[in-house]
Design a protein around this ligand. Structure first.
Ligand SMILES: *Cc1c(COP(=O)(O)O)cnc(C)c1O
Length: 396
């Protein structure tokens, strides 16, 4: 009876989600991830992967993964500190640190874990975290798991950040850490790092930037938002699951004592398996490719500019910016879903984003550019967007 009541309660919750038009449905892809994918037996143009440089099916990464498996096996069957550290794990940590101009780096199973494990070991109840209101869920959860006092500032609002820093100082905080996404994934907006760094210096605070939507394709050599703005930050977190090959894995890069203490205390590191050799070997190859990929970065920027201009010209409401994340606003969740379905029927794979991923009434189709998309691909997609936009009532 208790079990039946519990399951009935969950079924009610699901019915409520469905009634509000908020159900997320997963479609199965039958091909590798790429600009062209096979879905339900149909070939579709893909505009929603975090595959910014198109490396997710790159033959060089597949070869590197295979040779790492041949040399180092399939799995580690261990956490790092027991018997899960191979030479290539340390090689990748050193490579990431050198790439990002940090002392050292530490790998996690995902950036969700990197952010989830970062705050608790570094900050105590005497300390403060000042966090952007639109930070990724993993930062929010990581902060919740720690004991530091929490302050939140309106996203990208450096006046509010200054006020919160002032408050944290007035409350007697010992150490203060400012935490922000480098790029906000739902909007494609950059964090105002130069002003954040200046405020950090003024208030004696440290800075942590989650650069998942920047590393590999933003800034010189793809070194991310700090390099893009020419400012130094104290701690960087990032993912291997987006531009750096798209598999999985996360990391923290920063000063030696930060990395050393995380290795001793970060719970997702201590109590979760080491990354598999195939992923580590491919990530080493990905960083080599990315560092030299000015051509891909230029193509990605050109694609983003062309795509934005085409959508704006068609009359869509976009969020301003120049990041390869290009959100097409639809307002209500239902409009985003209808638009996504209309695009699906026209051979374009996109995802509608709506509450709770974005605020109520701010639903959108989030499109993302990829360096491997051709002009013909983008023209095809623009045609599909114009006609789907009219069918969905998003365009007049
Ligand atoms: C994708 C993303 C993450 C999570 O990365 P995973 O490695 O997939 O866990 C964390 N933070 C931000 C800002 C992200 O965009």
């Amino acid at each position: 009876m208790t079990r039946a009541a519990f399951l009935a309660h969950l079924t009610d919750t699901l019915a409520g989600i469905e009634a509000q038009g908020l159900t997320k449905r997963e479609r199965a892809i039958q091909s590798p991830q790429g600009t062209r994918i096979r879905v339900g037996g149909r070939d579709m143009l893909n505009l929603c992967a975090n595959n910014y440089l198109g490396l997710a099916d790159d033959p060089r990464l597949i070869a590197a993964a295979k040779s790492a498996m041949d040399a180092h096996g399939f799995g580690m069957a261990s956490v790092r500190f027991i018997c899960g550290t191979q030479d290539i794990h340390r090689a990748l940590e050193h490579r990431l640190a050198a790439f990002l101009r940090m002392d050292d780096a530490i790998l996690f199973a995902a950036c969700f874990d990197a952010n989830g494990g970062l705050f608790e070991p570094l900050l105590g109840p005497e300390d403060a975290v000042v966090s952007d209101a639109l930070n990724h869920a993993s930062i929010i959860d990581g902060i919740r798991l720690g004991k530091a006092r929490r302050y939140r500032y309106a996203s990208g609002d450096t006046d509010d950040l200054a006020a919160q820093l002032q408050q944290a100082r007035a409350d007697g905080a010992r150490h203060i850490l400012i935490a922000t996404d480098g790029v906000f994934s739902m909007d494609g907006h950059f964090a105002p790092l130069p002003r954040i760094a200046a405020l950090a210096a003024e208030f004696g605070a440290l800075t942590m930037v989650d650069d998942c939507h920047a590393t590999g394709f933003v800034g010189p050599q793809g070194r991310g938002t700090p390099a893009h703005f020419g400012v130094a930050v104290d701690i960087l977190t990032g993912t291997l699951g987006k531009a750096l090959g798209g598999a999985l894995g996360g990391y923290v890069a920063g000063p030696q004592p930060v990395i050393d203490l995380l290795r001793q205390r970060a719970r997702p590191y201590l109590f979760s398996n080491a990354l598999p050799p195939a992923v580590v070997g491919a990530a080493l190859a990905a960083i080599d490719i990315v560092e030299a990929a000015d051509d891909l970065r230029a193509q990605l920027a050109a694609n983003a500019a062309y795509w934005r201009a085409g959508l704006a010209d068609a009359g869509f409401t976009l969020l301003p910016g120049d990041h390869p994340i290009v959100p097409v606003m639809t307002g209500e969740a239902r409009a985003a879903q209808v638009m996504a379905a209309e695009l699906d029927a026209r051979g374009v794979y996109v995802a509608g984003f709506f509450y709770p991923v974005v605020p109520m009434g701010r639903a959108r189709i989030r499109t993302q550019m990829n360096a491997r998309l051709t002009r013909a691909d983008l023209d095809f997609a623009l045609d599909a967007f114009r006609s789907a936009g009219r069918s969905a009532g998003v365009l007049a």
